[in-house]
Design a protein around this ligand. Sequence first.
Ligand SMILES: Cc1cc2nc3c(=O)[nH]c(=O)nc-3n(C[C@H](O)[C@H](O)[C@H](O)COP(=O)(O)OP(=O)(O)OC[C@H]3O[C@@H](n4cnc5c(N)ncnc54)[C@H](O)[C@@H]3O)c2cc1C
Length: 439
Amino acid sequence: MLKKMPKVKIIGGGLAGCEASYQLAKRGFMVELYEMKPTKFSPAHSRNELAEIVCSNSFKSTLLSTASGALKAELEILDCLLLKIANTVSVKAGSALAVDRTLFGKAVEEELKKFDNIKIIRQEVEDIDFSQPTIIATGPLTSDKMATAISKIAKDKFSFYDASAPIVEAESINTDKTFTTSRYQKGDSDYINCPMDKDTYYSFVNELVNAKKATLHEFEKADIFEGCMPIEVMASRGVDTLRFGPLRPVGLLDNDGKRPFAVVQLRRENSAGDLYNLVGFQTNLTYGEQKRVFSMIPALENAEFVKYGVMHANTFINSPKLLDSNFNMKEHENIYFAGQITGVEGYVESIMSGLIAGVAMARKLNGKSKIQFNNLTIIGALCNYISTENENFQPMNANFGILEPLDEIIKDKQKRKEEYAKRAILNTKKLKEMYFDGI
Ligand SMILES: Cc1cc2nc3c(=O)[nH]c(=O)nc-3n(C[C@H](O)[C@H](O)[C@H](O)COP(=O)(O)OP(=O)(O)OC[C@H]3O[C@@H](n4cnc5c(N)ncnc54)[C@H](O)[C@@H]3O)c2cc1C
């Protein structure tokens, strides 16, 4: 028998919205799930089903030695519907989980339709009703009207284009080849400098301009190129362009007091100093090409890329200012956000935030406390990441760099990562007992 419970409105029947609907419905709440398709499609969506996979069909690795594998293991413990479905419609992809996108969307919709307490309404939502418990999961390509409504509460920043540079793990940088003096020896030496000699620079530029690019949608071309130039486009303007741009060596002296031919600078990405981004390397190269070409940079030959550069339309709010770690607005207690719009990056990460927002909403409506996350799980660390003060807030995907360091030092990288995953799984089980069961 269903309890008489408040109605929850979920806006957006994508990955996050569908997972949030399931989490609330299975806990007995009435859910109204609004999806604007097929009346209206974002420029990247084209199918009628819910939970559409817009681009690659890969949900990334399942290996526990990877952060995306660990995240999947955590989500499995918390009864994640979309991940369960992904496993049933998977296609062969080595150690990655890849799905048949048509079967996936259909299966998600069928599962949600089994619930009497989920009403799927095919209609665009144009405004936010602050009096009703609501989860906004309209994605990185939120409709214009909803984007206008959100921008009224989004404070100073509401990004439309994500033009971000790759991020690497600090410990994977070969510091034997770097130096850290600041330009003109002014200020602190916050950057790691990767010097290039003439030959290395010219072969790097050659590979860069000839590397394979990801396809841009028509709607993305104009705005992206106006606002922010990809490094490969800049390089194609002339072999020396980068040496007078982001790779300029002027004012930088290496450990022998000499000025290198060119310098790639790495800038701290987080206060812990375990992640660095490649300065000026916004790029539209495919992920595989980024790994290949950027590994030519001295000191980055074995770099672990925790995030590749992306350039696509990507609406995300300034979550650290607006949301708490439960995806709940600080200033509007009925309103939650979920999915890529919150600044988590990727399919599985978006599903994760839908799961947490759904459970957090259920807890709130049942008068229970907020979920307290630590950084021992990927889920917790991502929830803390999106809600922690950060001047340069950019979307983040699952990675081990955001976790609390292990108590013991494990030199073997593979073993260390497995240890992170083992600890994460153990702590997810604790989270489940404390916050997810019995509500
Ligand atoms: C072009 C592009 C390519 C990407 N490629 C990848 C990739 O290859 N791998 C990866 O891991 N991640 C990728 N991402 C990032 C992200 O993982 C996906 O966008 C993911 O689908 C986000 O899930 P979501 O639930 O937040 O949003 P979505 O899955 O986009 O769901 C949002 C839903 O809300 C609906 N909607 C929007 N506005 C309204 C409204 N006002 N009223 C009602 N419904 C509305 C939309 O129609 C959509 O169905 C990509 C993003 C973009 C933009």
